[in-house]
Write a protein that binds this ligand. Structure first.
Ligand code: GDD
Length: 333
């Protein structure tokens, strides 16, 4: 029975990945940071199937222990401060967890089980002020947030341990991926929760920042399959994982509100832009408080390498992603 250690198991991707690995008969271990309230986040339902290990990405001893206890054949590093906007408020912490934490985990692997295979959750946020459209593995990086800068370090240290020590280490450069389990602060879930709440009469209006930001959105369930595939290859490598489609935040709102039974009409420009329902009520408006100090205007990935070399293909379309999220939020609230 192969053994896997997942950091970040309480999050969206960690929970879908744990489900995938359990379905493939892995013994799954998950690193969990102790908080004042005990809980396993999105993996609560997997409590009986996963062995949780107390640990912290800023604490080398706990990572060495996690490697020793699990003796993992595959290590998936999904732990991160993943909300880009808050990285301006806590830039040190972004660096400690998303950058130096990766080195700590790689060192733990190197000392305890150097033959273990390692997956690093790299990100399209590293492309930032994009140098090329669409972005692929060879596109130069230009991060635009403390989060992106820290992730770039994690990316390069992963490559470096591959080249320095021969560790089977891969970077998955994943573009935005969402789901019914997405945190409420990310724009997609903020929209689908609001569409549901407005539809049920519990909220009047949704306030957003930059409606023109463009993203390449896929479903997390599809993307965790790519993570696993990377570690099954003969050679370690880095891959872009993306849908190959781009949509604006405005587009996402339009599809989500339509699904919730409220087609929107858009008018105005910039800070005055609004989305209005059939009865003339403003349902979406812009609030500059949600703008970022430096914005990433467009992320649009080219997944050709992952499709050709890994045989990976996304199965859940943009429309289906939005529908699943809205349907879930309508049913739950
Ligand atoms: N969160 C949020 N809230 N974003 C908003 C809002 C709002 O009210 N209004 C507009 N946006 C815009 C943001 O400015 C950004 O351009 C876009 O919506 C997407 O924001 P997020 O959903 O917060 O995601 P992200 O693209 O910043 O980061 C996500 O994707 C990265 C991969 O590219 C996160 O999952 C990162 O962890 C991941 O690395």
């Amino acid at each position: 029975m192969p053994k896997a250690l997942i950091t970040g198991i309480t999050g969206q991707d960690g929970s879908y990945l744990a489900e995938l690995l359990i379905s493939k008969n892995y013994e799954v271990f998950g690193l969990v940071r102790r908080k004042s309230q005990l809980g396993y986040g999105q993996s609560e339902h997997l409590k009986e199937r996963v062995t949780f290990i107390d640990g912290d990405m800023t604490d080398t001893t706990s990572l060495v222990k996690a490697m020793t206890i699990s003796s993992a054949d595959e290590v998936y590093n999904l732990a991160a401060n993943s909300f880009v906007a808050s990285s301006w408020n806590a830039p040190d912490s972004a660096a400690e967890i998303n950058a130096v934490g990766v080195t700590k985990l790689l060192e733990a692997i190197r000392f305890v089980k150097p033959e273990a295979r390692f997956y690093q959750a790299s990100t399209s946020e590293m492309f930032g002020l994009v140098q090329e459209i669409p972005q692929k593995e060879t596109t130069p990086f230009y991060p635009r947030s403390p989060y992106g800068v820290a992730k770039l370090y994690g990316h390069w240290i992963t490559k470096n341990y591959r080249e320095s020590y021969g560790i089977f280490a891969c970077n998955g450069i994943l573009f935005n991926h969402e789901s019914e389990r997405r945190g409420a602060e990310f724009v997609t879930r903020k929209i689908t929760l609001a569409a549901a709440a407005i539809c049920k009469g519990r909220q009047e209006v949704l306030e957003l920042g930059n409606l023109s930001a463009q993203r390449d959105w896929g479903h997390s369930e599809d993307y965790v399959r790519a993570m696993w595939l990377m570690l099954q290859q003969d050679e370690p490598d880095d891959y872009v994982v993306a849908s190959g489609e781009v949509h604006t935040v405005r587009d996402f709102c339009a599809v989500a509100f339509e699904r919730a039974g409220m087609a929107l009409t858009w008018s105005g420009e910039g800070l005055d832009e609004t989305g209005t329902d059939k009865a003339g009520r403003v349902r979406v408006r812009v609030n500059p408080a949600f703008f970022r100090p430096a914005e990433v205007d467009i992320l649009f990935g080219d997944p050709s390498k992952a499709e050709q070399k890994l045989g990976w293909k996304r199965e859940i379309s943009f429309e289906r992603l939005v529908e699943r999220m809205v349907d879930h939020d309508l049913a739950a609230n």
